[in-house]
Design a protein around this ligand. Structure first.
Ligand SMILES: Nc1ncnc2c1ncn2[C@@H]1O[C@H](COP(=O)(O)OP(=O)(O)OP(=O)(O)O)[C@@H](O)[C@H]1O
Ligand SMILES: [Mg+2]
Length: 409
């Protein structure tokens, strides 16, 4: 942890940037208080995988410096949120027989049944990073929330398991160590953001979370109080930026600034049609584009992204069990009108996610770019994830290996 044991730091290392948020437990209220945040562009990762350790190291160090200055705290240990196509999730079932005469289910039985549910065939380069219990059943009675103390002879559990590539995880730890920090734990970033911006009531009712990032979009479905389905697609805000860059023949940086400063998700939301000036790809020639043209480019890509996510939602077979509609987060959800565009395409209620039960500066809590890192703090603050939060952590042997890696680096 930090020198002040009460302080926690979360690192969300995405494809576009490294984001670090620092927070601590409010000793008066017992709640989580965010103190400061920092972020830095990161070209060291592609699709959640480290492709350049020194670039990643620089981005982590820069983000940490900014977050430490803002929060006036010093950190050493980072709780890390990962993502990428190397992270896969499965639903799996495990069952045990309770043969003792009293038949009262103990915490140890629960641990054992979860261990059996985690027994999935993995290649040598893959490891389980989370096991989220979804439902327990006792003597075929499903929907049991906490079986400890109940009587029964057959205990079963359905779990949602997240599996990741060991070598990619180790490269992330190496980049963290190279930037002078140690790695507290590795969390699936998608679980962390969901836990931060989706309420327990929404999870119970059934809701889909869509995290619109830079290179990726993630779909997470909650129903009956627990996570049911997760899917990452290799599409995100950078595609919009590239479309603008090709369409207007300008650099990626200029295209991104046009999108972020003047973009909206839908043309119908524009009242005027002012002319925007920008530099052509040569960096010297001044060009003009109408805002309507810019938004047309954005709108057609946003429609495509939502249509692809809609297909995934249908494929998941959960589209009919999410009366809570859709919660949007991630940097691309900052496009004005994105909730309206999603409502039109999905035909469901859509709202923008915001961290729940967290105190702190509005500039951080109100900005979806920080939501995953805030979610990481919440994970540590709440401690062991519950059924809906869900992580029983990495197996201890992996944790030990990472600690060893931390020590030798
Ligand atoms: N105000 C804004 N309007 C529109 N898009 C924005 C705005 N601010 C940021 N973005 C876009 O959000 C994207 C980055 O989002 P985010 O920070 O969630 O991504 P990431 O976590 O780094 O990437 P990934 O989730 O794909 O790994 C970029 O494409 C960026 O241009
Ligand atoms: Mg992200």
């Amino acid at each position: 942890m930090s020198r002040n044991g009460n302080v926690i730091a979360g690192l969300d290392i995405g494809s576009s940037q490294a984001v670090i948020v620092i927070g601590k437990r409010n000793l008066n209220t017992g709640g989580l208080k965010v103190l400061g945040a920092g972020r830095a562009p990161c070209r060291g990762l592609k699709g959640g995988v480290v492709v350049n350790i020194s670039e990643s190291k620089l981005a982590i160090a820069r983000a940490a410096e900014e977050a430490e200055t803002q929060s006036k705290e010093t950190i050493q240990n980072l709780l890390v949120g990962i993502r990428g196509s190397h992270v896969e999730t499965y639903n799996h079932r495990g069952a045990i027989t309770i043969s003792r005469t009293d038949k009262e289910i103990t915490a140890e039985d629960v641990e054992n049944v979860i261990t059996t549910a985690k027994a999935i065939q993995l290649s040598s380069d893959r490891e389980i990073i989370h096991t989220v219990p979804q439902d327990f059943s006792v003597d075929k009675q499903s929907g049991v929330e906490d079986p400890v103390g109940m009587e029964g002879s057959h205990l079963a559990v359905d779990v949602h398991v997240a599996v990741a590539s060991s070598s990619h995880l180790n490269n992330i730890v190496k980049a963290i160590n190279a930037s002078g920090f140690t790695c507290d734990d590795i969390i699936n970033g998608v679980f962390a953001v969901g836990d931060c911006v989706v309420s327990d009531e929404e999870k119970e009712l059934g809701v889909a979370l869509i995290d619109l990032g830079g290179q990726t979009s993630n779909l997470v479905i909650y129903a009956d109080g627990s996570i049911r389905y997760t899917k990452e697609l290799p599409i995100g805000g950078e595609l919009i930026t590239k479309d603008i860059s090709y369409g207007l023949k300008t650099s990626f940086t200029t295209a991104q600034a046009l999108k972020e400063n003047h973009g909206t998700a839908m043309n119908s939301l524009l009242s005027g049609n002012e002319s925007l000036e920008f530099l052509a790809v040569d960096g010297r020639t001044l060009r003009q584009v109408s805002r309507k043209t810019l938004v047309e480019i954005i709108q057609s890509r946003i429609e495509e992204i939502f249509e692809l996510l809609g297909e995934e939602l249908q494929k998941s077979n959960y589209a009919e069990v999410i009366p809570g509609g859709i919660v949007l987060t991630g940097g691309t959800s900052k496009l004005p009108g994105i909730d309206r565009a999603a409502e039109e395409i999905f035909g469901m209620n859509v709202h923008l996610g915001a961290p729940i039960d967290v105190e702190g500066p509005a500039e951080i809590l109100g900005d979806p770019i920080y939501a995953t890192a805030v979610g990481l703090l919440k994970y540590r603050h709440v401690g062991e994830w519950s059924k809906s939060h869900g992580s029983l952590g990495a197996p201890s042997v992996i944790r030990k290996f990472r600690q060893w890696l931390d020590e030798v680096m």
